[in-house]
Design a protein around this ligand. Structure first.
Ligand code: ZN
Length: 88
């Protein structure tokens, strides 16, 4: 996954703008032109969305497994205390 600077240059994920823009606009976001801040925010939103999507997949798989393997009655026999807490 590649992140892009407001100017279009590819940058590292943890960076918000490229080296060239950092020199030109400074490293302090409050000093950036409005369009730079806007594009960086758009890119950040896209990065967050993709990152969330990446983390979602294994998380869903883990949640699905107990549901398909263990029926509610079996679950109740094994761990009644935990089940009661979950229902409250
Ligand atoms: Zn740039």
């Amino acid at each position: 996954m590649i992140r892009h600077c407001a100017c279009g240059n590819p940058i590292r994920l943890r960076d918000s703008i490229c080296k060239k823009c950092r020199i030109e606009y400074g490293s302090d976001p409050s000093g950036w032109p409005e369009w730079v801040t806007y594009l960086v925010q758009q890119e950040q939103r896209e990065v967050d969305r993709k990152r969330l999507h990446d983390f979602d997949l294994p998380f869903i798989d883990e949640q699905m497994l107990p549901n398909t393997k263990i029926r509610p009655t079996e679950n109740f026999d094994k761990e009644p205390d935990e089940l009661v807490w979950e229902r409250q």
